[in-house]
Design a protein. Structure first.
Length: 379
């Protein structure tokens, strides 16, 4: 390990921390007191075996302020537990339960469930929101997200929920996702740019104009995408729309995975396609992250001042992003190189599973992307 290499990697780490700080400063944030939403809002909730999550999720959705015309469409995607019973027990005319058929050939389960839910709403001037069952919206979440959407003339916003993490594995890995896009993606440039490659979004909480959704082709345009959230934003960009991540730490919270096994398998299902759907590019990206944010830390242990500077920059960038997105900055940021190494382990599992065709999620196999058959909403 040469001193010149360590200095170069440390320099990249410092640049990444500066870029993350600039992004955090420029990140669009909801108004403290958002105006009432004048348009109809349809929230689509795709669920599969979410009995334990449904009650709290629906209660938060129905407690939204400033949304007079609200409709919640729960799409039951083949649940085998009591998910549907929990929904039926909610006596509120704003809630509708739809049972989805098995996904047609060429479709993955979540994109199909989202498409089924969106198809129940024909109001072309309305707002569509997609929310996962493990997300807890705060009372002004929908109004705040729509305020950003309308104030800045966007077609899609992805409010990043505040990550809720318990235990070492969750605290090491969960804050990495917002750190990654804050460090590597120029958010304001990406928002304006038509380039699909400049995209970051989370399917936990997506808000779109109905016009923008339809113009992009809806979920039919991303029907075989494991990372359907990022793919949908790319489809919006290809159709001439604009959008990207915004601050959702005051709008929602999400404990995405409960413990190491769920976290490992949840990320492994999709990490292979994290960079443009290419396993090779994803592996190269993981190698680059390791070089920049692990190698300097190792050099610091051997007395390298450049390595110490690179490690300190990585910690600072992680802490800045964590504070802005609602994660715990300290002492978690000090373990940033360990976080990257854990991500490497999950990436290796993901790439191996992709190559062997053994990846599964919620009891379904995840096929590798292939030539797309014509889109159809029927079996």
């Amino acid at each position: 390990m040469t001193g010149r290499l360590v200095r170069a990697l440390a320099g990249i780490s410092v640049a990444g921390a500066v870029h993350a700080a600039v992004n955090v400063a420029l990140l669009r944030r909801p108004p403290a007191d958002p105006p009432p939403v004048r348009r109809p809002v349809t929230v689509v909730l795709p669920v599969r075996d979410e009995e334990q999550q449904m009650g709290a999720c629906l209660a938060a959705l129905l407690d939204q302020r400033g949304v007079d015309d609200l409709r919640v469409v729960v799409v039951d995607d083949g649940s085998t537990d009591g998910t549907a019973d929990v929904v039926r027990a909610v006596r509120d005319p704003r809630v509708a339960l739809v049972t989805a058929d098995p996904p047609p050939p060429g479709w993955l389960g979540k994109p199909y469930a989202c498409a089924v839910g969106a198809a129940t709403d024909a109001q072309h001037d309305g707002i569509l929101a997609f929310v996962d069952a493990d997300v807890r919206l705060f009372p002004d979440a929908l109004a705040g997200a729509v305020a950003i959407l309308e104030r800045h003339g966007l077609d899609l916003v992805s409010p990043w929920p505040r990550p809720v993490a318990h235990g070492a594995a969750e605290r090491l890995v969960q804050p990495l996702v917002p750190w990654l896009w804050a460090t590597t993606l120029p958010v304001r440039l990406a928002e304006r740019s038509p380039r699909p490659s400049l995209a970051a979004a989370t399917g936990q909480f997506l808000v779109l104009t109905r016009r923008g959704y339809d113009r992009a082709g809806g979920h039919a345009a991303v029907r075989d995408e494991v990372l359907e959230d990022i793919a949908l934003l790319r489809a919006v960009k290809r159709s001439g729309g604009r959008g990207g991540p915004v601050d959702g730490s005051r709008l929602a919270a999400c404990r995405m995975y409960d413990g190491w096994p769920a976290l490992r398998d949840g990320y492994a299902k999709s990490l292979w396609g994290a960079v443009g759907g290419s396993p090779l590019a994803s592996a190269a990206a993981a190698a680059g992250l390791t070089a920049v944010w692990v190698v300097p830390a190792l050099a610091a242990l051997r007395g390298s001042r450049a390595g110490l500077a690179g490690y300190a920059a990585g910690v600072a960038g992680r802490a800045v992003v964590a504070a802005a997105t609602g994660s715990r900055p300290w002492p978690d940021a000090l373990a940033h190189p360990v976080s990257v190494l854990v991500l490497d382990v999950i990436m290796a599992r993901s790439l191996l599973g992709y190559r062997r065709g053994t990846l599964r999620w919620r009891g379904r196999p995840l096929p590798a992307p292939a030539a797309r058959p014509p889109a159809t909403m029927g079996p």
